[in-house]
Ligand binder design. Sequence first.
Ligand code: DGL
Length: 273
Amino acid sequence: MIGVFDSGIGGLTIVRELLRRLPGFRLIYFGDTARTPYGTKSPETIITYAIEDTKFLLEHGAKIIVIACHSASSVATEALRERFPGVPIFEVVTPSVKKALAVTRKKIIGVIGTRATISSGVYQRKVATLAPEVKVYGNACPLLVPLVEEGWLKKPETRRIVKKCLIPLKMRGIDTLVLGCTHYPVLKPIIQAKAGKRVTLVDPAEEVAQEVVQYLERNPQIRKELAGGEEHEIYVSDLTEAFEKIARLFMGRKVLLRKADCEIAHTIKPGKI
Ligand code: DGL
């Protein structure tokens, strides 16, 4: 199975893209809804959580791992590759950087994401290795996550906040903008309108899905092992009606969420007053 994890439900934007390109492949998802958000946490905590999430997926039959969460991709990829050698691990930052470099004309790229993603400086580091002449500017836009989760996709308040998030990047003259958070692709129309039509948006969900497809084409043996079945398993560490509603929003259809029977879900106990 293809294993995908995220801090919560947002990673379903990546599941949707994977399923579109890889029908007939079984997929297992783990959304750490009990401990979301990751974007406000320290790198150490995100690494610990990412290791536990990956373990859950591997124990439940995943053969390759896709880190859908940008915050985890930004700070935990190396730790996961060290901890799970031999497991192919895909993340959302590298394919987004490659795409941004391919489309920028003015060589000025903007990135929006959570605090964890932006303060990691991962985009600057990767671009500096691949194309040192290209400038990268980041801006953390944490307010967009709860707005999306509330379904405020077309509200004037959301438009105003998106506009505000993009001002510092527009002032730098960006011509390319990476949507560096699982939730942002849902806001594409507003972001495009506020960024202006000359700015090319990079959707990491599309880029990472494309990378997985190419990897499977290069590795027919693994492709054969992973193919077969339309039955997907979507696990969460905490299950509420609100999460089910958000899942529907991200996938564009009803999704059956299962409460994961795992240590992460069990160690989170109701607090005592
Ligand atoms: N999934 C997270 C990300 O893409 C956003 C939500 C969170 O902060 O956990 O960075």
